[in-house]
Write a protein that binds this ligand. Sequence first.
Ligand code: GRF
Length: 209
Amino acid sequence: MPEQIRIAAIVGSHGRGSNMQAVIDACSSGAIAGRVELVVAPSDKSPALERAVAQGISSSVILYDPDSPESFDRQLVLLLEEHNIDLVILAGFMRRLGQDVVRAYSGRIMNIHPALIPSFCGRGMWGRNVHQAVIESGVRFSGCTVHFVDEQYDTGPIILQKIVPVEQDDTPETVAARVLEQEHKAYVEAVALFAEGRLTIQGRRVRIA
Ligand code: GRF
């Protein structure tokens, strides 16, 4: 591992960018041996992208056309190579990355999901839907999962999970807020472990040295 890893964050069109910000802040404080060198968004209206620009981070918009997702993937790989990126973090990006990107950066792309995978995940399970489903199911605990990205939604090897209680009077919003607090901690921890070279993928399992 280089002394300071070079990180790219892929944010969402509507994302606040709070996970991206948690990682940026942890890089500044030294908790992560790395730097967020690049932020990519699928739309120029992304609040997360504006947040990154305001902090002087290189940013790019690659428009996402659902009819030709390969074009997004191709441009993304070029950009990541150009910036010598060691680790890609998905932070609010709601699309599935294509095989070109996933293969080129195998074991070097992470995502965070606001539930305990393999429950409440997969296609359509994002944002409020996740927490609504959690409450309706009656589970007593929810949480978040940081995982490596493969070619499906939310199925890659799990790196870390954090747990929160689901209370009697919870709404999707109160669960989301409780989970988000843990997301920021989990993402920072997982990226720090990666930067220290302490993560190894063994089949479906991730070993932490
Ligand atoms: C988070 O809840 C994350 O788990 C999910 O998308 C949301 C992004 O939030 N993948 P933010 O833009 O990082 O605030």
